[in-house]
Ligand binder design. Sequence first.
Ligand code: AP5
Length: 216
Amino acid sequence: MNIIFIGSPGAGKGTQAKRISGKYKIPHISTGDILRENIINDTELGRVAKSYMHNGLLVPDSNILIMIKERLKGKDCNNGFILDGFPRTNPQADGLELILKSENIHINQVVVLQTNDDIIVERLSSRRSCTHCGKIYNLLFNPPNNSDLCDVCHSKLIQRRDDLPETIQKRLAVYKKQTEPLVQYYQDKNLTKFVDGSGTVSQITNSIFQILDQYD
Ligand code: AP5
């Protein structure tokens, strides 16, 4: 099963993709997570990506396409994958199509998570993530036992630098301009399913499972 998740920043893509990955045993591929790992490891890609990410802008398509092409070669992708945060522009979608065509792979479903901006701002301002295991919390909706430490590995929790109020607004504007047109791109291919992303985490998961169970 090959799935793409589209949704504005904070729509819950990462949260839901982890649950889907667990149920259907396919890897959750988040371009944001791969880029953050590259920043931590101070790689050449990380050094290029850093200022774009901290300013809420998209990393250039050419860098992203090289990175994703490499990632999709992973053996763990043999039975499928969930793409979270990729593609994000039309050139990325075209690039993905070329990569998949050469392997005779097709996208089964594009899940579009729809959430309004007020909910997004509330969720992102209160998101915290673990510096060690990457577990995501929310101080309002899914708080850790101790607001500074991860429940799982007891490492420090941080607020992502791009979750500061002015950067959230920038990311929302970038999403509307550069990524939202992809909804039409995939609608034209008859691949989209829309999910209301404003309910509880479990309600949204159930709606997504109902869509994806047909491919299992
Ligand atoms: P990326 O990391 O992909 O960020 P994003 O798309 O902006 O998405 P987020 O991770 O912010 O949100 P999410 O939808 O995953 O929500 P989450 O589940 O965490 O990208 C970061 C940057 O990297 C980009 O800005 C760009 O610079 C660069 N980049 C990445 N990919 C790129 C690409 N393809 N091309 C170019 N540049 C790229 O949830 C958010 C919070 O809400 C959490 O605290 C969670 O606990 C909570 N929450 C989730 N669901 C619910 C719910 N139902 N109810 C209550 N709370 C909830």
